[in-house]
Design a protein around this ligand. Structure first.
Ligand code: ADP
Ligand code: ASP
Ligand code: MG
Length: 439
């Protein structure tokens, strides 16, 4: 039995958190490979080391002094070294980082040092071997993961090392340049390590007792989800439930390795199991709710558009030509609406509108901004009648205006569009009707 354990930033933010992590690892001899993030926030309002590194590097790039900023980062690590009485010095590492920053070595390199240094400290604390991710995780020139090379090098390294710490978030291109995953990407490293060593389970330790039915920052004390499928999780992660990076499921999914989300601050809690499939019914009709703000809707009207062959394609072509991806496209007899990310759309809006006019010759186009999309996800929805109706009535009771409702063909999710300002209230209303009233 082998377990891969990934610890997020808040789990490794201070010496006290390191001690909790040490206890968790030592309490189970199967926890042999450890993937750490960079030190995260120690308290509300604190700064993550990754953000501090981006900040310091931005100054270095402008050829401004970054001494103060780098010293603040150094202090974060020194606090951990002193608190744990480690016999490690990072001063040589920091001299090198300073030099590399001055040579403007790249933003990814800068950010990756957060995990790299934390990995060195954690390996020393646990007495585990340190494996630099740059020697085992590889990217192609275009930034995509080099799956074959990574699998080969990583599994070889792990085969030769019974207990190791592999820092998360980064790897290297074939020329040695450091490259990172997108933010939150240590979850992906953990998943790759789990696949490479054929782990029995991938434990992802964070600061909540598993995946909750809704974001705990929106709904007070939401219920935890015991078991969730990869597909459900992907829908929720994509729509903003950031507990686990949405790409972290791919490496383990095909290998049948379950992911267990656990709480470093409450290790006795079972957390959430993320599995390929399950016959277990979820406690409620829905498994989870998540959402994102910052969309806009382009409403296109044309009489009898439904009988005009190719109309939809022409409209979408206008977005394609301007390299804008669309999120949802609900349509009716004479109307079609395209939901896009507002930030991507604003700078190109006039070009897109002109292209729609030219290609599709609509009667009218109007725009609606500041919208949010909410996904209600659940494998139980397809066997339950009236889910959409309940969502509608919950929102109506809460006096919230629904801009759009769209059910995916998989019947795994229902997407609802509301005003940005109504976002939190809408999530709370949906949570209440499915979880609190439980009818
Ligand atoms: P880590 O640093 O350990 O990787 P993250 O901050 O990436 O942790 O993810 C955990 C956070 O995700 C929680 O603290 C919580 O605020 C947030 N979150 C958002 N949606 C949910 C949800 N549905 N369930 C649990 N946590 C959620
Ligand atoms: N430290 C990185 C971030 O803040 C990666 C991670 O935490 O997974 O995004
Ligand atoms: Mg995370």
């Amino acid at each position: 039995m082998k377990k891969v354990v990934k610890f997020g930033g808040s789990s490794l933010a201070s010496p006290e958190q390191f001690e909790k992590v040490g206890k968790i690892i030592k309490s189970d001899p199967h926890r042999v490979y450890v993937v750490p993030s960079a030190p995260g926030k120690r308290f509300d309002g604190d700064e993550k080391v990754t953000d501090m590194l981006y900040g310091a590097y931005a100054l270095a790039k402008k050829k401004k002094s970054f001494t103060k900023e780098l010293n603040a980062i150094k202090a974060r690590y020194q606090e951990i070294i002193d608190g744990l009485k480690l016999k490690v010095s990072l001063s040589g590492e920091f001299d090198k980082i300073k030099e590399d920053f001055e040579k403007t070595c790249g933003e990814d390199y800068a950010a990756s040092r957060g995990e790299y240094l934390n990995g060195i400290l954690l390996a020393a604390y646990l007495g585990y071997e340190f494996i630099d991710a740059a020697t085992v995780i590889f990217f192609h020139k275009n930034g995509d993961l080099n799956v074959e090379k990574t699998q080969k090098c990583l599994s070889e390294a792990l085969n030769n090392t019974p207990k190791a710490v592999v820092p998360g978030f980064y790897g290297a291109m074939s020329d040695g340049t450091i490259h990172t995953f997108s933010r939150g990407g240590s979850d992906i490293t953990g998943s790759l390590v789990a696949k490479a060593c054929r782990a029995d389970v991938y434990e992802n330790w964070t600061d909540v007792s598993g995946f909750m039915v809704a974001d705990p920052r929106v709904v007070k004390n939401p219920k935890s989800i015991e078991t969730i499928t990869y597909r459900e999780l992907r829908e929720l992660a994509y729509m903003g439930a950031t507990v686990l990076h949405e790409e972290a499921i791919f490496p383990v999914r095909k290998e049948g390795i379950p992911i267990n989300i656990r709480n470093t601050n409450a290790p006795e809690d079972e957390g959430t199991w993320i599995v390929e499939g399950t016959v277990q019914k979820s406690k409620y009709v829905i498994t989870g709710i998540a959402g994102k703000k910052g969309f806009c809707a382009i409403n296109i009207e044309k009489d009898r558009m439904n009988s005009e062959i190719g109309f939809g394609r022409k409209v979408l072509q206008a977005f394609e030509e301007n390299e804008i991806s669309f999120e949802h496209v609900p349509s009716g007899i004479d109307t079609m609406t395209v939901f896009v990310h507002q930030s991507e759309f604003v700078e190109k809006e006039q070009r897109v509108l002109a292209a729609i006019h030219k290609l599709a010759r609509p009667d009218s186009i109007d725009l609606e901004t500041d919208l949010a999309l909410i996904a209600v996800v659940g494998r139980g929805m397809k066997d339950t009648r009236g889910t959409a109706g309940r969502i509608f009535s919950a929102l109506a009771h809460a006096n919230l205006n629904v801009k759009m409702i769209d059910q995916g063909s998989s019947e795994l999710n229902i997407i609802i569009g509301v005003k940005n300002d109504d976002f939190e209230d809408a999530i709370r209303a949906i949570y209440t009707i499915f979880v609190d009233t439980q009818i």
